[in-house]
Design a protein around this ligand. Structure first.
Ligand code: ATP
Ligand code: MG
Length: 328
């Protein structure tokens, strides 16, 4: 499969001197569902804005949908659909009118446009509220309308900047389903950015993890997690001053391949965590260390991020995970 996106040594600098994207290279194959996973300020929107011709790059070579970014920005704009992080809807217009306006901007009209609008309203399940003004839509409904709007001209390549951030679980699940359908059934290549580990893990066939404008790891979700080597033992410590000593103690236990300090405690990696957990607890206890929570789990993409950066991606996902204790 040919590359539908090819980025080589991309650097983007804002007028105030902020180097938001620092020498990144990646490629996306036709038909792929590809993702950028990273925390706030990582450079996700900057990358999307540059690739979709909204922002000027400082250096590097970029080709999108077979066109060179410097030579053919107009052709690129015609070939792609973009869902920006901020909504691009007109809140005074109805859902139907918003799609109609977008269609006209894309040179569609008459019954072709009407049929396309009907089809899209059905896809994102907004037929019943099509006449209601978008200003009265919920967050989930607005995102669905945004998505329909990005699809009006049947693009083969779709850019989505954090399509589910701030949505409730149900709306998020609905968006996930539409996106999987678009990729699988309509053969649309998708480039998506997210802060959600679960979203990247479920949707993306391949992804890059990005932090401070740099790609810190890439591969399939499976490859990335597999590289951690074994299971994770996650400990929460109420006394932060014990973190580094706990890490050293854990590292000295046979069977533990590595241990790292995290925001709320220590994470250790072991091939067969279940078999050494009793020893972990006794050893810590002998040293007067009593974690408030302790759990064993399979590695997540957050463990990959932690290994590369020493930090967690998102605090809310962390707290959910680390309050699933099995003892202590
Ligand atoms: N217009 C701007 N001028 C100067 N710096 C900017 C501008 N927009 C973004 N930045 C900076 O560039 C860096 C990358 O920002 P960007 O918006 O690309 O991050 P992001 O990964 O999309 O984050 P988020 O998840 O919060 O949307 C950040 O340090 C940010 O403060
Ligand atoms: Mg952003």
């Amino acid at each position: 499969m040919p590359d539908i996106i090819d980025v080589q040594n991309l650097v983007v600098v804002y007028p105030d001197g902020t180097r938001a994207v620092e020498d990144i290279s990646f490629n996306v194959k036709e038909g792929e569902f590809f993702g950028f996973l990273g925390p706030n300020g990582a450079g996700k929107s900057t990358t999307i804005k540059t690739l979709t011709t909204l922002l000027r790059k400082a250096s590097g070579r970029v080709s999108v949908a077979g066109y060179d970014l410097d030579k053919s920005p107009k052709e690129i704009r015609k070939s792609i659909g973009v869902l920006t992080q901020e909504t691009s809807l007109d809140v005074d217009l109805s859902g139907w009118q918003n799609l109609h306006l977008q269609g006209r901007l894309q040179q569609l009209h008459g019954s072709i446009l009407d049929d396309r609008i009907k089809e899209l309203l059905k896809l994102v399940q907004l037929e019943d509220v099509a006449k209601k003004s978008a200003g009265r839509y919920s967050g989930g409904m607005r995102k669905r309308l945004d998505l329909a709007s990005a699809l009006i001209h049947k693009p083969k390549l779709l850019f989505l900047d954090e399509p589910t951030t701030g949505l409730d679980t149900q709306s998020r699940a609905a968006i996930w389903e539409y996106l999987e359908g678009l990729n699988r059934n309509e053969d649309i290549t998708i480039f998506l950015t997210t802060q959600y580990l679960e979203e990247a893990d479920r949707l993306c066939r391949r992804l890059s993890i990005i932090d401070h404008g740099k790609i810190i790891a890439d591969g399939t979700p499976w490859e990335l997690k597999e590289a951690i080597g074994g299971e994770t033992i996650t400990l929460t410590l109420t006394d932060a001053s014990l973190k580094s000593r706990t890490m050293d103690i854990l590292k000295s236990i046979a069977g533990i391949s590595n241990a790292m300090v995290s925001d709320s405690g220590v994470v250790a990696y072991a091939k067969n965590a279940g078999q050494i957990i009793a020893e972990v607890i006794t050893t810590l206890d002998r040293n007067g260390i009593r974690p408030s929570f302790l759990s064993i789990g399979s590695p997540t993409l957050d463990d990959v991020f932690l290994r590369e950066t020493g930090r967690r991606i998102r605090a809310d996902e962390l707290s959910r995970r680390e309050t699933e204790p099995f003892l202590m």
